[in-house]
Design a protein around this ligand. Structure first.
Ligand SMILES: Cc1cc2nc3c(=O)[nH]c(=O)nc-3n(C[C@H](O)[C@H](O)[C@H](O)COP(=O)(O)OP(=O)(O)OC[C@H]3O[C@@H](n4cnc5c(N)ncnc54)[C@H](O)[C@@H]3O)c2cc1C
Length: 462
C-alpha cells in the first residue's frame, strides 16, 4: 500500500490522532489514502480522523458544484461513521484552517491527497510549512501514482501509454475493505452541522444544481453499473455520437472523487474482460485521464498559451493576424447566440445540464479560435465556461482538453490553414458524418429552454 505514497514533510509525530486530510478523493470506499492512514493509525494504536477543508469560495465553483460536493460528503461522513472514523469539516481558508486544527489536535501524522493543480499544491505546501507532524502524500485518484507513472511531462498518449502499461499489473489490484477502526476518536468531534456549513459557502447561485445527476458514492456506483449493463458494449462504435448516449456519465463522480477510477476499471474488466469497447473505454479512463494529471503536474502553465508545444505556438503566432470570419463577445458566446446552431446547442446543453458530449467538447472549444481575436482569449473563455458550467469542470481533464483543442497539446501538427495554423481543425460537416446533427440540435433546443444567469451581462452584437 505504501508504494502509492511519498513523504511530503519529515516531522515529529504528535500525541493526537492520525489524520487523513481528504481533498480530491471524497469517498470512504476504495480510497488508498484513507486505507494508508488507517494502516498507519492501527500500527500506532491511534484514532483516525478524516479532515475536510471547505473553502468558502473555490475558483469558479457555483451552487451547482457545491451542491454536488456537499451531498457527496454527507454520504461519505455516514459511511466513515459506520467504520468508527469521524469526518471533521472545517470552513475557512483551507491551509490556515487545516494547520490550526492539526496543531490543536497535536496530530500524530497527516496523510493527504495528491492533486496536480497549482492552488491545491499551494495549500499542501502552506500546511507543510507550519505543522510539526510528518506529512505523507497518497495518489488515490490515479491508478498509477502520477509521479511514478512518469518523471516528466509527456508528449502524448503514445509516450505515457507504454509506461502505464508496464506498471498497471502492479497497481490495478483489488481494494482491501476499510476496517472498523479499533481505536475510537474523541467523542467531542461529533458530526458536521451540514446546514450551517452550507451557509458558510459564498458562491454564485447560478448555475444551480443539476437535478437529474444524483450526487454521492452510491449514485456513482449505480451509474457505473448502468453503464456496464447498457452502454459499454456500444462504446467503441458509438461514443462520438451524442444521440446514442453511450458515454458513461462518470466524470462528475470521478472529478469529486466520489468514485474511484480504479474501481471503474476493475468493474469494466470483470464485466467485459476483452473487446474493442473495453479497450476504448480504458484508454479514456486510464491513459487519457492520467495523461491529463501528468500534464498539469509537470506543466505549471497548464492554463495559459505557454503550455503549447513549440510547433503549435509558432504556428498560432504566424496566424495571429489572420482575419476572423466573425467576432462574438463573451456575452454572446455564453448566451449561445452565434450563427452556428450546433455550437449553440452544445453550449446550451453545457449551461443547463452541466455536461456536454465528449465529441462536441472538442468541436465547441475549437470554434472559439475562429470567433475570438486571439488564441489567448479563446483559451480563457473555453476554460471559463467549462469550469463555471460543467459539473466535472475545474479538473486536469478540462485543462488538458482545452489545451488539446486549441493549442495542440498531446496532438501533432496537421495541414496548415487560416487561423488554426497547424492545429487540428474540426467543422460542422465533419460532425454531420458522425451523427444526425439536425436531430441533436432539435432535441437539445427542446430539452433546455430557460436561460441560466450569465457571467457576462448581455452586451449586444459586436
Ligand atoms: C474542451 C474539452 C474540455 C474538457 N473538459 C473536461 C472536464 O472539465 N472534466 C473532465 O472530466 N473531462 C473533460 N474533458 C474530457 C472528456 O470530454 C470528458 O472526460 C468526458 O466527455 C466525460 O464524459 P464521460 O464521463 O461520460 O466520459 P467517458 O467517455 O465515459 O469516459 C470515462 C472517463 O474517462 C475519462 N476521459 C474520457 N475522455 C477523456 C479525455 N479526452 N481526456 C481525459 N480523460 C478522459 C474521464 O474521466 C471520463 O469520465 C474535456 C475535453 C475537452 C475536449
Amino acid at each position: 500500500m505504501l508504494a502509492r505514497s511519498r513523504c511530503t514533510k519529515n516531522g515529529q509525530e504528535g500525541s493526537g490522532p492520525v489524520v487523513y486530510w481528504m481533498s480530491r478523493d471524497q469517498r470512504a470506499a476504495d480510497n488508498w489514502a484513507l486505507l494508508t492512514a488507517q494502516q498507519l493509525a492501527v500500527e500506532r494504536a491511534r484514532p483516525l480522523v478524516v479532515l475536510f477543508a471547505l473553502a468558502p469560495s473555490y475558483p469558479l465553483a457555483a451552487k451547482r458544484h457545491y451542491h454536488f460536493m456537499l451531498a457527496g460528503l454527507r454520504e461519505t461522513a455516514a459511511s466513515l461513521a459506520k467504520h468508527g472514523i469521524p469526518l471533521v469539516v472545517l470552513p475557512g481558508d483551507p491551509p490556515a484552517a487545516v494547520a490550526r486544527w492539526l496543531a490543536e489536535q497535536d496530530a500524530c501524522l497527516v496523510v493527504h491527497d495528491f492533486d496536480p493543480l497549482r492552488h491545491k499544491r499551494a495549500w499542501v505546501n502552506a500546511v507543510a510549512g507550519c505543522v510539526a507532524a510528518p506529512m505523507l502524500e497518497v495518489d488515490a485518484h490515479n491508478i498509477v501514482p502520477c509521479w511514478l507513472a512518469s518523471p516528466k511531462l509527456e508528449y502524448g498518449a503514445y509516450t505515457l501509454r507504454p509506461k502505464l502499461q508496464r506498471l498497471l499489473p502492479h497497481y490495478l489490484t483489488p481494494f482491501p475493505p476499510l476496517r472498523l477502526h479499533p481505536v475510537p476518536a474523541a467523542a467531542a468531534l461529533g458530526q458536521p452541522d451540514w446546514e450551517w456549513l452550507e451557509k458558510t459557502v459564498v458562491c454564485p447561485d447560478q448555475p444551480g444544481p443539476v437535478m437529474d445527476k444524483r450526487p454521492g458514492a452510491g449514485a456513482g456506483l449505480e451509474q457505473l453499473q448502468s453503464f456496464l449493463a447498457d452502454k459499454l458494449p456500444h462504446y467503441h462504435e458509438s461514443r462520438n455520437d451524442p444521440l446514442k448516449k453511450v458515454q458513461s456519465g462518470l466524470s462528475p463522480y470521478l472529478h469529486f472523487g466520489q468514485l474511484s477510477a480504479q474501481r471503474a476499471a476493475l468493474a469494466v474488466l470483470s464485466a467485459a474482460p476483452g473487446g474493442a469497447s473495453t479497450e476504448a473505454f480504458l484508454e479514456e479512463l486510464i491513459i487519457r485521464r492520467e495523461l491529463s494529471d501528468n500534464f498539469c503536474y509537470y506543466q505549471p502553465q497548464y492554463d495559459t498559451i505557454n503550455c503549447a508545444p513549440s510547433w503549435a505556438r509558432d504556428s498560432l503566432e504566424r496566424h495571429r493576424s489572420d482575419p476572423r470570419p466573425v467576432l462574438y463577445s463573451p456575452a454572446q458566446l455564453e448566451a449561445a447566440q452565434t450563427a452556428d446552431p450546433l455550437w449553440n446547442a452544445a453550449q446550451t446543453e453545457l449551461t443547463h445540464s452541466g455536461a456536454m458530449p465528449g465529441y462536441l467538447r472538442m468541436y465547441w472549444a475549437k470554434r472559439l479560435l475562429e470567433w475570438t481575436e486571439r488564441p489567448e482569449e479563446a483559451q480563457r473563455l473555453a476554460l471559463l465556461f467549462n469550469d463555471r458550467y460543467a459539473l466535472d469542470g475545474r479538473d486536469p481533464n478540462g485543462y488538458a482538453g482545452v489545451a488539446w483543442s486549441l493549442l495542440g497539446v498531446h496532438d501533432r501538427p496537421w495541414f496548415e490553414r487560416p487561423i488554426f495554423g497547424k492545429i487540428r481543425y474540426m467543422n460542422a460537416s465533419g460532425a454531420r458524418k458522425k451523427f444526425d446533427v439536425q436531430r441533436y440540435i432539435q432535441e437539445t433546443t427542446q430539452a433546455f429552454s430557460s436561460t441560466p444567469t450569465a457571467l457576462f451581462p448581455c452586451d449586444g452584437p459586436r
